[in-house]
Every structure is written in structure tokens, then in C-alpha cells.
Design a protein around this ligand. Sequence first.
Ligand SMILES: *Cc1c(COP(=O)(O)O)cnc(C)c1O
Length: 383
Amino acid sequence: MSPQPPFSASGAKPATMPRIPVAAPVLDGRETEYVMECMQTSWISSNGRFIGAFEEAFARFIGVKHAIATNNGTTALHLALVGLGLKPGDEVIVPTLTYIASANAVRYCGATPVFVDSDPHTFNIDPADVAAKITPRTKGIMPVHLYGQSADMDPLLALAKKYDLFVLEDAAEAIGAKYKGRNVGSIGNCATFSFFGNKIVTTGEGGMVTTDDDELATRLRIFRGQGMDPQRRYWFPVVGYNYRMTNVAAAIGLGQMERVEHHLSIRRSIGEAYNQKLAKLYNKIVPPKVESWADHVYWMYTIVLGDTVAPSRDEVMARMDAQGIETRPIFYPMHIMPPYFEEFARYPGADHASARGINLPTHGLLSEPDIDRVVAALQQAID
Ligand SMILES: *Cc1c(COP(=O)(O)O)cnc(C)c1O
């Protein structure tokens, strides 16, 4: 039984509690001022001071030589794969448990994503399964730092070295996350980020490629700008793309990066608050497993329902929704989606997480009473 909503003093209308969204951007720095500067100077397209300033601030924060801004995280992935030389017929190893953009970017190159399993509680790529899926056509590995925690990079780097493969980190969800003290985005040959409205740092729509490789960075800038020769304007020696970021988006991004430590510290305290407040439910739910070497930034605080919880995952989400709490299901794995369907493949870790996992509201506008409401609604929903 759900309690009756409280009624206002007038008795006329139910005073319903505001809904708690699963994600929300925090734009409390100089974003508005910088966007106004774009408007007032009319630098609204893909030239202007904010693009270089945003790229520089981003590269410095991640600890890499080059950051190349793009118009979204999916084009960042595609651009990176083009720059790394991926061709039709090649294979890239991708976790089946990820957002569809990771797999689609491989397909855009005419190459094949080869799926591997993930750990059911860290939600990250299983290095043992990667080793099992390498073939003579494999060109690279794409670990995805899912929900804000780094994948286990050392075994992947060792495999890449042994078989001469690239490592492209999909760090869309994990700005500021660390692996053994190193920032994600500085570990593989190349990495990509997303600045969609629900990501930790946002530009509305936007993306970034990071790398320490000077030649790769030059290629990425050429392919991003329609393939134009940097020495000869309007001469196009290759087929490129228009994947440029606007100065307006970069203005928002610079405002966000000036306060990135603030945005990250809120995420960490939300993660800690959930860990504490959910402890009483640990006989029924499994909290996100944090590896000893990881610095988790909690893009999405993600739980898995235990076997003793009778209602289905979707039923639990529907009950929370009725209490005004928006949640999200864990990603459906790639191998059950129509474009990538594999009838007989089994990925036990990814399948379990996907069937029983829920992303709880995680964003910088959540208050402690909000977190209490989420926990109470979850407790009620799983009873
Ligand atoms: C958000 C995201 C992307 C890129 O998304 P865009 O919406 O194109 O910016 C890529 N991979 C993962 C894992 C993501 O979460």
C-alpha cells in the first residue's frame, strides 16, 4: 500500500512532492556569462576563443598533451576510430554492456564490434573474456568506464602490447575517475568523452578526444574539419567529417571545467550518502562494487536487485516512479539489440546486471532529503 499524498491546508489540491529526476545539469559557474560573450561578439560558430580554451583546460585536467573537441560523444568515438585507422573487415573488442554509441562507432567504420562480458557488480569489461575473443582481425580494444568507474586497464594494456592492438577508452561517463592514481582518458592510445546534458560535465551536446600522440592529434583535427589540408585552405586530401564543436558549447564547457573539482566532489558525496543509507538493504540489493584501485566518480549510482527481491526490476522501477522517483534500467546489452543480435551467445555477467540493475538519481542538485526519499521509495518498492 502506498500512503495517501499529503493535502495542502486549503484542502483543494494534493501538495505532491516534486519529482526527482535521474539526472540534471549544474550550471552554477560562469557558463551564462561566457555564452553571453558569444552572443555579444557574434562568435557563435566553430571559431572563437572558447574552443581552444576549453580544449586546453580539458587536456590539463586529464593530464594529456592533446584534447580535440567535437559536437558530441558519438562523433568523438567515430573520429578516434578513423584516426586510429580502423577499416572495413577489422574487429574491435567492445563490452556488450555499454551505451549503443560504443558499438555503433565501430560499425560506422565498416568494422565489427566483437562483444565481451562484464563483471555483474562493477559493470566493467572482463579482461579474461577479452583475451578469449582476440582474432587475427582484431585491431583494438575499447574499454568503457561504465557509470563512473575505471575498467581494469593493466590486463588490457598487456594484451594490446602482446597482440599490437590500440586501446581506445570510452570515458564518456567517467571524467575525473582514476585507475591506480591515473586519470581515465590518459591511459590508452586515445580516449573519448561526452558532454551530453546528463553527463558530469556538460556542454548540452559535445564530446572530446584526448591523446598524447602528436601525429594522431594532427590527423584527428584534419578529419574533424572536413579533411582540409592545414597548410592549404579549401584543399581536401582525404574524406573528412564536420564534427566541430561550436564556440557556444565550448563556452559552457569552459565554465564547467573551471568548477570540475566541485562537480566531482558532489558526485563523491552522493555516492557515499547512498552507500551509507542503503546499507540497511544490503540483504536485498547489491551496491556498486568499487575496486581497490578505483576512484569512482558516480556518474550513475547503480544497484543490482538480489535474488530474494520478488518483484521484477521493471516493477520496482514502476513503483518508484509512482513515488515521484525517476530511475533508469541498466543498459540493455548490445547482443540483444536488433542491429547486433546474437541468438546463441551468452554473457552471464552482463545479462544478470541488465536484468536486475537500476540507476538511481545521481546529479549535483540532489539534496540529502532527496536521497532519503529515493532510499525510502526503493525500500518500499522491493518489499
Ligand atoms: C554518453 C555516452 C556516449 C556518447 O554519447 P553522446 O550522447 O553522443 O554524447 C558514448 N559512450 C557512452 C558509454 C556514453 O555513456
